[in-house]
Ligand binder design. Structure first.
Ligand code: PEP
Ligand code: MG
Length: 767
């Protein structure tokens, strides 16, 4: 056996992991590993999702027929022993060991020496990696050390592949019941007939072909682009009446990509080089999508979907293929497909769309954004699901749990139906609460405001009884533009928001880019972006942008009078002093220009621990405080919540966060500063119990959650919550805090798991 280079292996693995389905990637890994280590056998066993069994996921050396079939319990055989004990096993004669279990289909009799190591990722067992050989002596120490290192290097990649699924399941038989996990798209429950949304001819099927008539090909491409543009225009019109405010902007993003000079130019360059139009289109789209995929920013990454979708539409036009008949049966539909675009959605009668399932895509997909706005449950990235094999089947889109349920058995179906009815009644009931105050049973009133920003969409917040906007994330419109918006463009947008809510207050936060919020047209590449050029730091260093934003906001407030300025990421006193000066100067300048703007109230976000500690010194420069619990938690705990390695450590109920929140509330009280909280914490029922006990009387949250949180608040007594808070002061972990709060939530009907469970689910759903 030879000592291979680890870096060679990891680079290969990273390369393979970027392409191919899980089965292929895994079989490539074991093949490379066997070659590198010059051994007879290399096998990978992975845990099933229920962690009851290990299944041979890939092998090089054992019988290929045993892949997906050879199965051991977690403590069965040598492999099971490694999994149960989480320790390495290096034997000279494996079959002679008492723990050895012979699995006939693997044909492993001739192999004696055996080395197996557990695969662990984020403290969780994923599987076992094994090498075997014919010799009758244990593997040398170097091999053991190497395999342990390889296992730790591979664990992350393998864990992703394992959770993707598709590595051992047989295709779900038609008519059989299964649940498929996905990513959150939009909340809610929907049930209906699976309606496949599929492009007629896939861009992927296009193969290399030449042309001898480049001019005709170029003309065909321009016509196809124009036709897609018209198609989008009419789609936007069709959805228009249901779309809140500027959601039309999503269609504009498509239009923008479609009209971008790079798209046409690249296609033309390919045609000039002799390619025919479809092949030129395919290469251009593949290149552009890849550029988006390479971006670190998750928003930009998600744009790869849009460009592929546009490419597909141009191709459809190019080949003059009509889309399949849109005559849908007049019943509830769950639209399912690879990547259902917003333009696809526009083609179906809205009342019939009860859910959306995409086998690709992410939470940041425009489809998810649109589904949220339209109130349609959506699940994205359901990679294991193959909708084309289940046309017409009964499907449930469970947006709460981010899963789809195929062919639920009758009892489960009835249970879901009951839940959907309940949810409808619940929502209708909540509507009656719209104009009621969020007041506890003992008279403590909480103002519920909404977080917004994607659009000038006033409707969802207002419909759900928001008393104002607690956080307008102004960076979001910047993110869906293709360049910095002008003062005039911003003015129009801000005016819509302020107008919609007037006289209710609107906290407009100045640009908060950096961290995971990047602008497509302004690259900020930093080693540690969360500790870098973020929020107010960026704005003060780019004063021209800050000034135009402040001016736009002040002007937008002229007819409305409800603007409150909010500054993100304050960590120093001089930052708020400078900001204040900019506002004062802008007011003066605008007044000089004859625009009668007024000096608005100025607030700061507490997101950075130093702002919390310096509150009394910052107080003279501010009129109010808003706590960004997402960032405050992240910076207090030193946990990047977008980093999957540590995201399980991110919890706003960590005792340190609770201590900080109590301190902020008390200080604000002493200083006479109004304080609100606008992070995700305000939507977490468990957190709401404690925030109310602490004395927070203003929360800002997503429109969807306002009625629910209001209902919760109305069912609680603050006095009782205060003694609960007292008990949590003794807790040393977030788990202890949650355990203390769970029975109280249960009592008021806010138990965690409301999903229907049936005995059949375990029997049929496991594999
Ligand atoms: C927060 O940090 O809690 C917050 C509301 O700001 P954002 O999520 O936009 O960073
Ligand atoms: Mg923040």
């Amino acid at each position: 056996m030879q000592q291979p280079s680890l870096s060679a292996l990891t680079s290969i693995v990273e390369q393979i992991a970027r392409t191919g389905d899980p089965r292929t990637v895994m079989s490539n890994i074991v093949q490379r590993l066997r070659d590198l280590m010059k051994v007879d056998v290399c096998s990978l066993y992975l845990c099933t999702p229920d962690f009851q069994h290990l299944i041979l996921a890939a092998t090089e050396g054992l019988s290929p027929q045993s892949v997906g079939k050879a199965k051991l319990k977690l403590d069965e055989g040598l492999v099971g022993h490694i999994a149960a004990s989480l320790s390495t096993l290096n034997l000279g004669d494996a079959p002679a060991d008492d723990r050895f279990v012979f699995i006939p289909e693997t044909h492993e009799m001739p192999y004696h020496r055996f080395l197996g190591v557990p695969l662990l990722h984020l403290r969780k067992l994923i599987g076992v990696l094994v090498i075997q050989g014919r010799e009758r002596e244990p593997f040398p120490q170097e091999a053991e050390a190497f395999l342990i290192t390889v296992a730790s290097q591979l664990a992350g990649t393998l864990s992703q592949l394992q959770s993707k699924g598709g590595w051992y399941e047989k295709r779900t038989a038609r008519g059989s019941y299964r649940r498929f996990p996905g990513l959150k798209g939009a909340p809610g429950l929907g049930m209906g007939k699976l309606w496949l949304v599929r492009p007629h001819l896939s861009l992927e099927q296009v193969r290399a072909a030449c042309t001898s008539a480049p001019d005709a090909e170029k003309k065909a491409i321009s016509e196809a682009i124009a036709a897609v543009s018209d198609e989008l225009e009419s789609g936007s019109g069709h959805l228009g009446q249901h779309l809140p405010g500027d959601l039309h902007a999503l269609f504009s993003v498509y239009q923008m990509m479609l009209q971008s000079p790079e798209l046409s130019q690249q296609i033309q360059t390919h045609i000039d080089a002799g390619d025919n139009a479809p092949w030129a289109l395919k290469q251009t789209i593949t290149d552009m999508a890849e550029q988006f995929r390479q971006a670190d920013d998750p928003y930009l990454k998600a744009r790869a979907e849009d460009i592929c979708n546009i490419g597909q539409r141009i191709l459809n036009q190019l080949l003059s293929r009509e889309r399949p008949s849109m005559e849908t049966p007049d019943e509830a539909l769950i639209l399912a497909g690879e990547l259902i675009s917003i333009a696809d959605l526009a083609e179906y009668p809205l009342h019939q769309i009860h859910g959306i399932i995409c086998t690709q895509g992410s939470t940041l997909s425009h489809t998810a954004i649109l589904a949220n706005a339209l109130g349609i449950p959506a699940v994205m990235g359901v990679e294991q699901f193959e909708p084309e094999h289940h046309k017409g089947a009964t499907l449930i889109a469970d947006g709460h749990r981010a899963e789809c349920v195929l062919n639920p058995p009758a009892a489960l179906l009835a249970e879901y139906r009951r839940m959907i009815d309940d949810e409808q009644r619940f929502m209708q009931g909540l509507e009656r609460l719209r104009d009621q105050p969020a007041v506890t049973t003992d008279g403590f009133t909480v103002s519920l405001l909404t977080n917004t920003g994607l659009l000038a969409d006033a409707t969802p917040g207002l419909q759900r009884g928001a008393e104002g906007v607690g956080l307008y994330r102004s960076e979001i419109p910047f993110m869906i533009h293709d360049s910095f918006p002008t003062e005039q463009e911003q003015y129009k947008l801000y005016r819509k928001v302020l107008q919609a809510y007037a006289p209710r207050p609107v906290n407009m936060r100045t640009l908060d880019i950096g961290g995971d919020k990047q602008l497509p047209y302004f690259d900020i590449s930093e080693t540690n972006p969360y500790l870098g050029w973020r929020g107010i730091r960026f704005s003060l260093d780019n004063a021209q942008l800050l000034i135009s934003q402040i001016r736009a906001m002040l002007r937008a407030d002229m007819d409305n009078g409800n603007l409150r300025l909010l500054v993100p990421m304050i960590s120093r006193v001089d930052e708020i002093q400078s900001f204040r000066r900019y506002v004062e100067k802008a007011v003066e300048a605008l007044n000089r220009e004859g625009q009668a703007v007024r000096m608005p109230k100025i607030g700061m976000m507490i997101e950075v621990p130093s702002a919390m500690l310096l509150l009394p010194r910052l107080a003279p420069y501010i009129d109010f405080v808003s706590i960004g619990s997402n960032d405050l938690t992240q910076y207090l705990l030193a946990v990047d919540r977008n980093n999957p390695r540590v995201s399980s450590l991110f919890d706003h109920l960590h005792p340190a966060v609770l201590v900080a929140l109590e301190q902020i509330q008390q200080q604000c009280d002493t200083l006479g500063l109004p304080v609100s909280l606008c992070g995700e914490m305000a939507s977490d029922p468990a957190a709401v119990l404690l925030l109310i006990a602490m004395g927070y009387n203003c929360l800002s949250l997503s429109a969807y959650n306002i009625p629910r949180v209001k209902l919760l608040i109305r069912s609680l007594s603050r006095q009782a919550l205060m003694s609960l808070l007292e008990q949590t002061r003794q807790c040393s972990s977030e788990a202890e805090v949650r355990a203390l709060l769970a029975p109280v939530l249960e009592q008021v009907g806010w138990g965690k798991d409301k999903r229907p469970h049936l005995p059949e689910e375990d029997a049929n759903g496991a594999q």
